[in-house]
Design a protein around this ligand. Structure first.
Ligand code: HSE
Length: 299
């Protein structure tokens, strides 16, 4: 008996919502295949798409750590063999580690007959994220697990809310061929922020959520502003302002860093606009001699 599960890439933060807002796209994503094995314990028999960079040691890999956490919580001690097929770039800001962890916990839960409900899988997926990124943030794992837009209202206790998405909303993600490590991108952030920045930021978060739930595209657009994290992290991304401006000039509702970068994302109301936006962003990177990949997805 075996099971194959796909979990999608995600855009965390969505400009103003650092660590509290994220959404899932249709592709790319990661695939996990699980099988029972006779000997108790878990093993990783195969990893593809990682250029040999991921460890097969079950104590060091995001997917096995998440599965191990699930098995401990559900008190199951049989044998599981794991295959991990990475189908998206590492260190890209697309939630690569989250997709592996989510695919893993979703798969083990199905294989063992849905011992837990979907929300209860989240803490195990977050354990995988803790190992990969040094922090158990949920703004990639939660949308990868639930789909659509998800708010993490609170981490302690964990309080996750899926919100409706406007009928017509398209995400462009552009991935320049450079890598940014999430741990590093978190370490450079300021530990304290000014009250006036906080006020502006929580106004934007509130506006963005209202805009999404009411399909108010103007409000979504006005609210896609980040005065706290973007000014620091954009310094890690070559030609950031040029690429962002090219997206806005091409008609995007808004544009920002996807997760901890280096990918940028932009939202658009129409598919045709999204295609134009993607091409404009790609051209902007090319004019700075940086190759990039484009992903377009209906949210
Ligand atoms: N919220 C996290 C961060 C997402 O920005 O560090 C990382 O993918």
């Amino acid at each position: 008996e075996s099971i194959r599960v796909f979990a999608p890439a995600t855009v965390a933060n969505v400009t103003c919502g650092f660590d509290v807002l994220g959404f899932a796209v249709n592709s790319p994503g990661d695939e996990v295949i699980l099988r029972f094995k006779e000997k108790p314990g878990i093993q990783i028999s195969q990893i593809t798409g990682d250029d040999g960079r991921l460890s097969k040691d079950p104590n060091l890999n995001t997917v096995s750590i998440a599965i191990q956490d699930y098995l401990q919580r559900t008190d199951w001690s049989g044998g599981i063999d794991i295959e991990l097929h990475k189908k998206m770039p590492f260190g890209s800001g697309l939630g690569s580690s989250a997709a592996s962890a989510v695919a893993g916990v979703f798969a083990i839960n199905k294989l063992l007959g849905d011992k837990l409900d979907t929300p209860a899988l989240l803490p195990s997926a977050m354990e995988g994220e803790r190992v990969a990124c040094g922090s158990a943030h949920a703004d990639n794992v939660a949308p990868s697990l639930y789909g659509g837009f998800v708010i993490i209202r609170s981490y302690d206790p964990l309080d996750v809310i899926k919100i409706p998405t406007p009928k017509d909303l398209y995400a462009v993600i552009i991935h320049p061929q450079i890598e940014v490590n999430t741990k590093d991108a978190r370490n450079i952030l300021k530990k304290k922020i000014a009250m006036q920045d906080a006020i502006r930021q929580w106004g934007n978060v509130a506006g963005l959520i209202a805009g999404l739930t009411q399909s108010d595209y103007g409000l979504i657009s006005r609210s896609m502003e980040d005065v706290i994290v973007e000014p620091v992290r954009s310094l890690l991304i070559p030609a950031y302002d040029v690429v962002k401006n090219s997206a806005l000039n091409a008609g995007a509702l808004g544009c920002g860093i996807s997760g901890s970068g280096p990918s940028l994302f932009a939202l658009s109301q129409e598919e045709g606009v999204a295609t134009t936006v993607g091409a404009a962003m790609c051209d902007a990177f090319r004019s700075e001699k940086i190759d990039s990949e484009i992903y377009i997805s209906k949210i």
